[in-house]
Write a protein that binds this ligand. Structure first.
Ligand SMILES: [Zn+2]
Length: 219
C-alpha cells in the first residue's frame, strides 16, 4: 500500500486576511480568538494567535491561551516561549492523541445539511472548516459536496446544519491532506459539539416563532 504523504508547506492564514498583529488590540477582558492560525508540514493546525498577542498550541492537543494581552504591553512572545509550549502540549497529550500523531490520522468534524440551499441539497455531507467560538458558532464555514458534485466552501448558519460527528481521517483518505478542513483535538471537539448540539435557548425559539407568525400573517 502506498502511503505517500501529501506534502504541504507550513503556512499561516488569517481571519478575513488580517494578521493578528495588524488587527485592532481587543479590550483587556476579551476571550481570545483565532485571528491567525499556523499549519505544519502535515497540514495540521498547531498554533493560533489572538490579536491581543495571546497564543494557543493545538497539536497534538489544544492547550490554554497564554501571553494574553502581551501586545498592549509592548512585550511579544518569543519563539522560544512558543516552542516550550509546544513541547509541553506534546507531553500533556493522551495516549490516543499521541497515537494520532504517530499514525498521522486527522480528527475532523463532519455534519449534514438540514435544509437545501442554492449550493447543496438537504442531507448533503459537509466538513467543518472554520468554527466561531466568539459568537457561539452561530455561523461556521464548511466544505460541502455541492449539487454539481464539486466541493464548495460556504459560511452557513448553524441552524441549517445538524448531525455533527467526529471523524478520523487515516492517511490515504481523500480528505486527509485537505488543508481546508479544521483538525480538532479531543477537548476542542468536545467543546464544539457541546455548543452546537445544545438545545437552543427558549428566547431564540420565541423569536423564531414570532418571525414565523409575522411571515405567515402578511396577506
Ligand atoms: Zn486575546
Amino acid at each position: 500500500m502506498s502511503t505517500v504523504e501529501t506534502c504541504c508547506p507550513t503556512s499561516v492564514a488569517h481571519l478575513e486576511d488580517v494578521p493578528w498583529y495588524s488587527a485592532p488590540i481587543p479590550p483587556a477582558g476579551h476571550e481570545c480568538w483565532r485571528q491567525s492560525w499556523h499549519t505544519n508540514e502535515n497540514g495540521l493546525l498547531w498554533l493560533e494567535r489572538c490579536p491581543c498577542g495571546g497564543a494557543r498550541v493545538l497539536h497534538p492537543t489544544a492547550g490554554s491561551w497564554f501571553g494574553h494581552n502581551t501586545r498592549a504591553t509592548g512585550r511579544a512572545l518569543s519563539p522560544s516561549v512558543i516552542r516550550l509550549a509546544a513541547a509541553q502540549a506534546h507531553r500533556r497529550a493522551s495516549r490516543h492523541e499521541r497515537q494520532v500523531v504517530v499514525t498521522g490520522d486527522r480528527q475532523v468534524i463532519q455534519c449534514t445539511y438540514l435544509a437545501s440551499t442554492a449550493v447543496a441539497d438537504c442531507g448533503a455531507r459537509a466538513w467543518v472548516v472554520t468554527i466561531n467560538p466568539a459568537s457561539n458558532h452561530d455561523r461556521i464555514a464548511v466544505l460541502v459536496r455541492a449539487r454539481d458534485g464539486r466541493w464548495a466552501q460556504r459560511w452557513e448558519s448553524i441552524q441549517r446544519l445538524g448531525d455533527f460527528r467526529v471523524a478520523l481521517l487515516p492517511v490515504g483518505h481523500p480528505h486527509h491532506g485537505d488543508r481546508r478542513l479544521r483538525t480538532f483535538a479531543d477537548d476542542e471537539a468536545k467543546r464544539f459539539l457541546d455548543v452546537v448540539t445544545a438545545t437552543p435557548a427558549p428566547r431564540a425559539d420565541a423569536a423564531a416563532a414570532m418571525a414565523r407568525v409575522h411571515a405567515g400573517g402578511s396577506r
